[in-house]
Ligand binder design. Structure first.
Ligand code: DX5
Ligand code: ZN
Length: 220
């Protein structure tokens, strides 16, 4: 089985040194760069937009995994696609015509992701799972780094893995929120493919050693 991909989240980086911070992701042997876009409406926090991603793009060859925590994300898909995103993930709760939004992402040339907050069941996305490239399961309430993982959310990961087996879907399953050395083993056991990690990565004294330890604990 393939190893768990680790996606450090720039949310916990020092924004006064973002090029150096993304370079530390490159050299740590992590796999993806996770970028949390917040609009102060869908979530109670504000981060950055497409220009930030565009300016960061030349500083890493890793996959840019962009998580849009914004209302009506369909308004901004083309701007984000032009900024150099690989995956664009929108919230199922933020886009009424989610099928159309995913079509927009795909026709922009990006991979299409859907994220669900803790109170939203997997069943809402089941009818269109065949067109999803990434399922991003929130294991905290989105808006802030440094919160504890809500264990009941891992049932959603199991369910998505079952549905994928049963129907032959192709999406990757990602877990976002409260991922650290203590929780990564359980996440890998539930057959997640990607683990997003903000505060634990940027707070580690040695980021490369941290990634190595995460990958060891993910061998389950
Ligand atoms: C939270 C963001 C996460 C955040 C995770 O709304 O979606 O990506 O960076 O942070 P940690 O790993 O600290 O829980
Ligand atoms: Zn995120």
């Amino acid at each position: 089985t393939a190893s768990l991909l680790i996606a450090p989240s720039m949310l916990s980086a020092d924004f006064s040194h973002t090029a150096e911070e993304v370079q530390s992701i490159n050299t740590s042997n992590a796999d993806w760069v996770h970028l949390d876009v917040m609009d102060g409406m869908f979530v109670p926090n504000i981060t950055f937009g497409p220009k930030f991603i565009h300016d960061l793009r030349p500083h890493s060859d890793l996959v840019f995994d962009v998580h849009l925590m914004i209302d009506q994300p369909e308004r901004y898909i083309s701007l984000f696609a032009e900024s150099g995103c690989d995956y664009i993930t929108v919230h199922g709760e933020a886009s009424v015509h989610l099928h159309r939004t995913l079509q927009m992402i795909k026709s922009s040339g990006c991979k299409a992701g859907v994220s669900l907050i803790p109170s939203t069941p997997v069943s809402v996305i089941e009818p269109i799972l065949d067109m999803v490239d990434l399922m991003l399961i929130m294991t905290v309430n989105p808006g802030f780094g440094g919160q504890s993982l809500i264990p009941a959310m891992l049932q959603k990961v199991e369910r998505l893995a079952e549905l994928r087996d049963k129907h032959g879907y192709n999406y990757l399953i990602s877990v976002d929120g409260g991922v650290n050395l203590d929780t990564v083993g359980e996440i890998a056991k539930k057959k997640a493919d990607v683990a997003v990690c903000g505060s634990a990565f940027f707070g580690a004294p040695d980021r490369a050693a941290f990634i190595q330890a995460m990958k060891e604990r993910a061998q389950v």
